[in-house]
Design a protein around this ligand. Structure first.
Ligand code: GLP
Length: 240
């Protein structure tokens, strides 16, 4: 695990952006795993700027998002599909049909989850997966105690996750109780992972990750078992 500590959010975003730019330039048909949340927004802004300046293109890129809330329509402002359109897709030349976000509306989630898993595998697998982290150590929406072997599945959200994410909703009661997420096993199949850590209440998660202990109680700890992980930590997160 390559750990990089930076002074602020901007520096974290720039470091992540430069890594992704390099991967995109050497492989224009990159399979990119994407995350939502406040943490990767700066990285996405830098990617958009780089696209506008003609440095990179997403024309041949396939993207796979980590997760989606159960029950939200794609047009819902809180859906992760909507988030991705607003914060990245509509600003770049990625083909809409090449962007994949798990569906939050399905009659048969077991079938949908298996199909998502197959879609990723058929594409050849994710080359670079961007991750954020929850204050309880979740990655994607894989809450504490999720099996390290899990594949794409539906999860009941942890109380701490619902509280943390309620800031995007009018009230906490509107936050869905469930989500669909790539499993930890799915994430671990990515060839490379970039974990970005920034934001309030992440101090404990950083310390736990850096302790090196590997346990299903702290999902992000699985990343110590992956051969190609870069962690970029915004040092400001130690202050909250
Ligand atoms: C959500 C997402 C995660 C994300 C986490 C942290 O729960 N499912 O993928 O990493 O929140 O979000 P933030 O970056 O806003 O702190």
């Amino acid at each position: 695990m390559n750990i990089i500590e930076v002074l602020n959010y901007e520096e974290m975003s720039t470091r992540a952006f430069k890594l992704i730019r390099e991967r995109l330039q050497s492989n224009p048909a990159l399979k990119l795993g994407l995350a939502t949340g406040s943490t990767p927004i700066g990285t996405y802004k830098a990617l958009i700027q780089s696209y506008e300046e003609g440095e990179i293109s997403f024309e041949k890129v396939l993207s796979f998002n980590l997760d989606e809330y159960v029950g939200l329509e794609v047009t819902d402002v809180n859906s992760y599909r909507y988030f991705m359109e607003e914060n990245l897709f509509k600003h770049i030349d990625i083909k809409k049909e090449n962007t994949f976000v798990p569906t939050g509306k399905a009659k048969d989630f077991v079938k949908e989850c298996a199909a998502y898993e197959e879609l990723i595998a058929k594409s050849g697998g994710v080359d670079v997966q961007i991750l954020g982290i929850g204050s309880n150590g979740h990655i994607g929406f894989n809450e504490p105690e999720t099996s390290f072997n899990s594949l794409t599945h539906v999860v009941d959200l942890d109380k701490r996750t619902i509280e943390a994410n309620s800031r995007f909703f009018h009230s906490i009661n509107e936050v869905p109780n469930q989500a669909v997420t790539m499993g930890i096993g799915t994430i671990m199949k990515s060839k490379e992972i970039i974990l970005l850590i920034s934001g309030d209440n992440k101090n404990e998660a950083i310390n736990q990750l850096l302790s090196g202990e590997i346990t299903e109680t702290f999902p992000a700890s699985v990343l110590h078992q992956h051969p190609n992980v870069t962690v970029i930590i915004n040092q400001e997160s130690y202050l909250t």
